[in-house]
Write a protein that binds this ligand. Structure first.
Ligand code: AMP
Length: 522
């Protein structure tokens, strides 16, 4: 294991192996079956087989090795959904270096933090994406490692030039870290989530089985593949595990996605609720045939019964998906009837997922009552990377992860998510940690105090509202937006609303009274 990661205790690891949950394979092995079947269809309709992808991964892995990337090292991968992203991931899985999966909207503040935390051997970027020049971003980062560019490289290394005659590389150990995902945030900056080959394969295999994926399935990657949901829940990797085909779309908008669903006869996709709403509205008038869709996952944020009904009426059967990059996945089993599909967030995927629901003191609540959800299991991490202090708070001494979500467990073992205790705004599935935004706001010369809270929103579920106490010249919201962009924050973290107040309300113990602010903002 890479130093700075927390392994599972030996006794648990042995049990997971004995139960066949950890199979001793690596993620690279996903491409070593199904030879001539289609594995990937690009947005322009170009098709690649499993054999093609395996060959490309072997050649790129060798080129990365020649460049000096070594097993156990980290590589920040900051690519949008693209064939290059698939090649890069499998090349790194083959080589045993771990991709650190940055999200497409991240900018130099977030990437600089990841670079400082992971000391990467390389940083892989597109030249441009959605009008943004990533080479400019790379120039602003301290210590990004070798910068590798898909597209016009300028002074950097072209990705294309790294595909080379494959050499025999020693395969990584299945217990090693395969990839780093980013936490949706609790407090402080995004934490790094080390997922091993063994645990992530378990994650995606269970999820693929629960979604009943087969070789005949065609999965549309509508959301960023860099996120756990579209990567492994079951997502791209779960589809490849089942021998199905993954289809890319330039954007998840109905204008782009619907013609592709029709053309490729897409059977499964995963959406956040805000996108589900948009697609259900657009499906009412689209000329495109969408009847190939047999399963539409809704997850990443709360999906209410009305939305589930709309999506089922217009698009296809819904599977609720509650999960987190740290591990636990709770998804509707195939035999859930309409009521459970509408009213519960599925069931944990493994019988070895140990669930506890606790009150504020950490004591378990009576069965069926709501409390904070704690989890331990074969695909839930035991600690973040290089984060000892945070780990001491985020995990119980006996290894349960404190999710920060409020849930109750029904007699049938389903989870119903009822809210959260963590100070995060879930903006249509994009997680905005309140304290990170507050830190940006407080850096503004005319902001004296700041508190960011969630406000309900019809489309996104939640939006962010910043309450600020200002000096003589209160900044406007556009000025705050420009200020945060200049500081290199991702655009989705910029507050949607701002209210200037003379002072922030305090609780009796002197903390900012966010509950009251939430009430005022709604
Ligand atoms: P991430 O690690 O970015 O996938 O974020 C995980 C967090 O997203 C969870 O801890 C929840 O707070 C939230 N989340 C994910 N799925 C759902 C869902 N179906 N309903 C409500 N919240 C969800």
């Amino acid at each position: 294991m890479i130093p700075g990661c927390v392994p599972w205790p030996e006794e648990s690891a042995r049990r997971y192996r004995e139960l066949g949950l950890w199979t001793g394979r690596t993620l690279a092995s996903l491409l070593h079956a199904h030879d001539g079947r289609t594995a990937l269809v690009t947005a322009t309709g170009e098709r690649r087989t499993y054999r093609d992808l395996a060959g490309r991964a072997a050649r790129l892995a060798t080129g990365l090795h020649h460049l000096g990337v070594r097993p156990g090292e980290r590589v920040i991968v900051h690519l949008p959904n693209s064939p290059e992203l698939i090649d890069t991931l499998f090349a790194l899985f083959t080589l045993g270096a771990a991709p650190v999966l940055a999200l497409p909207p991240h900018r130099h503040d977030e990437i600089g933090h990841l670079a400082a935390r992971t000391e990467p051997a390389a940083y892989v970027i597109p030249d441009h994406h959605q009008g943004f020049d990533h080479r400019e971003l790379a120039r602003r980062i301290h210590g990004p490692g070798q910068v590798i560019v898909a597209g016009q490289p300028e002074e950097f290394t072209p990705l294309d030039a790294l595909y080379t005659e494959p050499a025999d590389l020693k395969p990584p150990d299945p217990g090693d870290v395969a990839l780093f995902l980013l936490s949706g945030g609790t407090t402080g900056r995004a934490k790094l989530i080390p997922r091993t080959h063994d645990d992530y394969l378990c994650n995606l295999r269970l999820s693929a089985a629960n979604a009943q994926l087969t070789e005949d399935d065609v999965y549309l990657a509508a959301l960023p593949i860099a996120h756990n949901y579209a990567l492994g829940s079951p997502g791209v990797l779960g589809t490849l595990h089942a021998g199905g085909a993954v289809v890319l779309t330039p954007t998840p908008s109905p204008d782009d996605a619907f013609p592709i669903i029709e053309r490729e006869r897409v059977t499964v996709t995963g959406l956040v609720p805000s996108l589900g709403l948009l697609w259900a509205e657009a499906a009412a008038w689209t000329p495109h045939r969408l009847d190939s869709l047999r399963l539409v996952q809704l997850g990443g944020a709360a999906a209410g019964p009305e939305l589930v009904a709309d999506v089922e009426a217009r698009l296809g059967r819904v599977q609720q998906s509650f999960g987190m990059a740290e591990g636990l996945l709770s998804q509707s089993p195939p035999d859930d009837g309409p009521e459970l599909r509408a009213g519960a967030q599925g069931r944990p995927l493994s019988e070895q997922d140990e669930i506890r629901v606790v009150d504020e003191s950490g004591a378990e609540v009576p069965a069926g009552q709501a409390g904070e959800l704690l989890v331990r299991g074969p695909y839930t991490i035991r600690g973040y990377f290089r984060a000892d202090d945070h780990n001491a708070r985020a995990f119980t001494p006996d290894g349960f992860f404190r999710t920060g979500d409020l849930a109750r467990v029904t007699p049938s073992g389903h989870l119903v998510i009822c809210g959260r205790v963590k100070d995060v705004i879930n903006r249509g599935g994009d997680k905005v940690p309140a304290d990170e935004v507050e830190e940006h706001l407080l850096a503004h010369p005319h902001v004296r105090a700041a508190a960011v809270v969630a406000v309900p929103d019809h489309y996104l579920g939640e939006r962010s509202c910043a309450y600020i106490v200002a000096g003589d010249e209160p900044p406007t919201l556009p000025a705050i937006g420009a200020f945060m962009r200049e500081r290199g924050a991702a655009a989705y973290k910029i507050p949607d609303r701002m209210v200037v107040v003379p002072s922030l309300p305090l609780t009796p113990v002197g903390k900012v009274d966010k509950a009251r602010l939430r009430g005022e903002a709604s």
